[in-house]
Design a protein around this ligand. Sequence first.
Ligand SMILES: O=C(O)CCC(=O)C(=O)O
Length: 221
Amino acid sequence: MVWSGHLALGALRAPGLGTWPGWLRGSGPTVLRRLRGAAVVRPGFLSSVEEETLRRELEPELRRRRYEYDHWDAAIHGFRETEKSHWSEASQAILQRVRVAAFPPALAQLPMVHVLDLHQNGYIKPHVDSIKFCGGIIAGLSLLSPSVMRLIDTQDPQEWLELLLEPGSLYILRGPARYDFSHQILRDEESFFGEHRVPRGRRISVICRSFPEGEPGPSSR
Ligand SMILES: O=C(O)CCC(=O)C(=O)O
């Protein structure tokens, strides 16, 4: 199927679970039940104006950097990135909406926001974020290109969940989705959501994380 901006997928049904939204699909009811509320996608979280606000702010900074490839143990292939603590007022308001949507008020968050620019032939290999640098919640906005994020149980690779991340969507990983499953962004050749082809172009993600657990950290609220 040819990607036409938004996939008109019907809601998925899993026995005993009722209706599951069309932007999540998994290996079976067990994984869907286990990750309910732990892996969340909110399509259309950003308005097109908000998406454009972030893109315009990030583009000049990203363009100064080169895409990196083939580092021997890197989880990410074909990317450039930055960590950003100073934002325009308009972008701060957007990030505040992310923080309110994803993090409980008392949870300390990393003040630096991670911005990752994945080249159209770039991809992210399966990995679990290090507990040294990231706490229990990861919240990411996707810009420019749709993509598929695949989560795989680190103890049982038969158990998996896929998230369809459209531009303007927000995803949240917490609890078992953050600690017990690896996550990856599929490369273009493998980018399918079920039978639906999801062509991968250049993708920018804007990722907020909670402070590593056990570390005293500043709250950014
Ligand atoms: O681009 C994303 O949304 C995920 C990034 C990621 O997996 C990471 O930085 O560890």
